[in-house]
Ligand binder design. Structure first.
Ligand code: UD1
Length: 418
């Protein structure tokens, strides 16, 4: 099994080009079921994307990938379609469940494995099913599979989500796109990745509008034949490396970004005393001393992202005083805490809140990655730790970070995969 070896305390200096967003690419790939021929640019070459490609191929789509250019060409010629998402693919990547909406919309039937739990919590799909039922799908669960049918097609309606969910909002949009009449979704997630999905669907011929947390989806009658779309940058990858630069950067510049989308993250880091210059499509972070404590809670966008909670916690270990971070989205997302403590961090958990006392000196240790973002928080900790850190189970990192070692190495970090 592969491991990462990191020798800490080396200042970062250089440029990092931010990849396309994994979480935007996944629903857009699911949306390709609705289309005929599309070209996607700025695709991140990470494991979750390859898993989704495998799933779409098993459904019957034709996909070619130009790795050097991060481009995917996808065709759905409507032949030999299998409306099934098997357990072996959905269990490794929950976003597989996103093919449910488009399969139902186009083929009126779908059999999708229930994803089951994962390291960060139980993560049910009840809100996905709630929305699809409202759109007229008949759904039952059998042998661990969701069996869904809409024999006479889906029908547009008004749906108010009881709680905000990124995936359920995406599945509902994808299903409603071809439903008869208009659909109005209330209390939606409005993450930039969802906005990018909507941009893609509107390029495809839709006329979807977002008003606050309301999303209005008229039926799309004519789906365009040949559409090209550029995937938005990965704001979580950017946030992760911005925190790395805040921790141990001499001068790090980020390219291929849109700072309007991450203005709250920029504000947050500035409030913590991080020195930076941000322009429209680039950010530069400089060596920062006297990092200030902060209290924050994770919230749906535009609130602070749960996907940056573990990384920010590492920065909090270097802030003066007591910082607090409350996790509101997932019930079990402090798995990185015991590992950070093994590296010397002073962190206590009280219910949903982590209380971090800083600044503390971190020292290298052998640690274990537990999920995608927890793993990368250990990389950040290792970058500032004395001596060498060995990170095990790094397949989690490969699910979502494109060229992680290369990007850090280019900025002079001492990092090696064995
Ligand atoms: C997406 C992101 C993930 C991010 C999360 C929250 C992708 C591929 N993944 O995951 O990186 O951490 O948003 O920003 O985009 N819930 C239910 N019932 C449901 C669905 C969700 O109770 O049917 C709960 C979840 O357990 C969780 C909360 O709602 O507590 C939010 O989950 P959701 O927004 O759906 O996350 P994902 O779409 O799975």
């Amino acid at each position: 099994m592969q491991k990462l070896l990191i020798n800490g305390k080396k200042e970062l200096f250089g440029k990092i080009s931010i990849s396309g967003s994994k979480n935007a690419t996944l629903p857009i790939l699911a949306a390709s079921i609705l289309s005929n021929k599309i070209k996607l640019k700025n695709i991140p070459l990470v494991k979750d994307i390859f898993t989704m490609i495998e799933l779409l191929k098993s459904i019957g789509l034709k996909i070619t990938i130009l790795k050097k250019k991060n481009i995917l060409n996808i065709r759905n010629i409507d032949q030999n379609i299998k409306t099934v998402a098997p357990y072996k693919l959905v269990k490794t990547m929950r976003a597989g469940v996103l093919v449910l909406g488009p399969l139902l919309a186009r083929y009126k039937t779908a059999k999708i494995s229930l994803p089951g739990g994962c390291a960060i919590g139980t993560r049910p799909v009840d809100l996905h099913l709630f929305a699809l039922k409202k759109l007229g799908a008949k759904i039952r669960i059998k042998n661990g599979y969701i069996i869904a049918e809409a024999k006479s097609g889906l029908k547009g309606t008004k749906i108010t989500f009881p709680n905000i969910s990124v995936g359920a909002t995406e599945n509902a949009i994808l299903a409603a796109f071809k439903a008869k009449g208009k659909t109005i979704l209330n209390n939606c997630a409005i993450e930039p990745e969802i906005q990018n999905l909507i941009l893609f669907l509107n390029n495809l011929g839709g006329n979807i509008k977002i008003i606050g947390r309301k999303i209005i989806i008229p039926n799309c009658k004519n789906i365009k034949k040949d559409v090209t779309h550029k995937v938005i940058f990965d704001r979580i990858e950017l946030g992760t490396y911005m925190i790395a630069a805040a921790l141990i950067g001499k001068k790090v510049k980020f390219k291929n970004v849109d700072t309007r989308i991450v203005k709250n993250d920029i504000q947050l880091l500035k409030k913590m005393g991080i020195k930076m210059i941000s322009k429209k499509s680039s950010i530069e972070i400089f060596k920062s001393k006297n990092i200030k404590k902060i209290n924050i809670e994770t919230r749906p966008y535009p609130g602070f992202a749960t996907d940056l909670q573990a990384q920010l916690m590492v920065l909090m270990t270097q802030a003066k005083g007591i910082s607090k971070i409350k996790e509101n989205i997932f019930e079990n997302r402090f798995m990185h805490v015991p590992e950070l403590k093994r590296m010397g961090a002073n962190i206590k958990i009280s219910n949903k809140t982590a209380i971090i006392k800083g600044p503390t000196k971190l020292t290298g240790a052998e640690v274990m990655a537990t999920d995608l973002r927890a793993s990368v928080s250990l990389v950040l900790a290792a970058l500032i730790a004395d001596n060498r850190t060995i990170i095990n189970r790094i397949y989690h990192l490969d699910r979502g970070y494109e060229y992680l070692e290369k990007k850090l190495k280019n900025c002079k970090a001492r990092i090696k995969r064995i």
